[in-house]
Design a protein around this ligand. Structure first.
Ligand code: FAD
Length: 317
């Protein structure tokens, strides 16, 4: 079932989760251990992030150096198939432009289609580790909108090889990313929303937001998007804080602000257990605010702390 169909069919607020593939060397059981308790809340779907390869400098035995490409978290497509098989739930692979040629993307989409995957989240991806700015693959896409265009082409049976006439049409529902506090490269929120609208006009079916810790950012963003003529569902994404390191890391990496009240309470904590309590209360408070406005769905970035999400959902549903 497509995300848009789930949302249209939902009578009450539904939930969805996002997970990361395990780091290379770990088994998929770590994902099952993470998700098993959360399945009690019947997620409409589970997103699986994609992590591009990194170039690292390795020392050979003879002391000389060589650049080696490593992929720390492979397995997005395989995990999607495994989740669908194990939990009978929709899995949404994230697709990124970074590091991919258009031909590789097309082949990945064909694999996903053959696996019966009906949804993809189309993203640009960040700059490669060690690079300041995002650089597309020489045969790849520069912006997420170019990826959206490619998925739409395949949905219309248009393949890269021009001699494929009347190619099989895929039927992907396409999600795109949105940033209530603007994407860090955008000069202002309006310009960012201008480009978001292009992704939607080209075929994006819904938006999943970057995490935010102040619901006002989300509600203002939805209003602004509507004012710009974006009328597709805009799914709020939430993440709990669980330790003090995140107080510096989250604003830097995700370009989002932490409200003074949350920051102050976290700073008072003596250990991670205290931090988790504060993070749980804040997440609960955010969820209640969203539920009061009857949002159709809440998307949870579960990333490593499913117990907090579990405790919050247990109190809400
Ligand atoms: P785009 O929509 O291409 O936008 C990038 C920037 O360019 C923005 O500033 C935008 O305003 C601007 N822009 C867009 N189009 C144009 C244009 N035509 N001309 C000029 N400027 C333009 N990253 C991963 O690597 N893996 C993941 O699994 C992953 N999952 C994510 C899930 C969600 C819900 C979100 C919100 C982000 C995720 N990211 C992921 C991070 C994302 O890849 C980065 O934030 C990336 O820097 C931007 O991706 P985008 O798809 O929003 O890019």
């Amino acid at each position: 079932m497509k995300v848009t169909e789930h949302l249209a069919a939902a009578k009450d607020t539904i939930v969805s989760f996002e997970i990361l593939p395990p780091t290379k060397g770990k088994s998929i059981q770590s994902i099952y251990d993470h998700l098993d308790p959360l399945m009690e809340f019947n997620p409409a779907f589970i997103n699986v992030t994609y992590h591009r390869a990194e170039q690292i400098l390795k020392t050979r035995k003879d002391g000389t150096l060589e650049w080696v490409e490593i992929r720390k978290r492979p397995g997005t497509v395989g995990i999607c198939a495994a989740l669908m098989n194990k939990y009978k739930v929709e899995a949404i692979p994230h697709l990124i432009c970074g590091g991919f040629s258009k031909a590789e993307t097309e082949n990945a989409l064909i694999d996903l289609d053959f696996l019966g995957i009906k949804n993809v989240l189309a993203l640009r991806g960040d700059a490669a580790v060690g690079e300041k700015f995002f650089t597309p693959n020489i045969h790849g896409h520069r912006y997420a909108e170019d990826l959206v265009r490619q998925v739409v082409d395949l949905n219309n049976g248009r393949y890269m090889e021009e001699d494929i006439i009347e190619g099989a049409k895929t039927d992907f529902c396409i999600g795109v990313a949105g940033y209530p506090e603007k994407h860090f490269e955008a000069p202002n929120v309006d310009t960012d929303i201008f480009y978001l609208k292009r992704k939607i006009d080209l075929g994006g079916d819904y938006v999943t937001t970057q995490m935010f810790f102040n619901n006002d950012h989300y509600f203002n963003y939805v209003k602004k998007c509507n004012d710009h003529g974006i009328n597709v569902p805009i799914m709020p994404g939430l993440k709990p804080l669980t330790n003090k390191k995140q107080l510096a890391m989250i604003p830097r990496v995700f370009n989002v602000e932490l409200p003074v009240e949350l920051y102050t309470e976290m700073m008072k904590c003596k250990n991670d257990a205290d931090c988790e309590k504060v993070g749980t209360e804040w997440l609960l408070h955010q969820c209640r605010g969203l539920l009061a406005q009857k949002v159709k769905i809440i998307h949870f970035y579960t990333l490593g702390k499913p117990s907090v999400i579990y405790n919050v959902l247990k109190q809400l549903f």
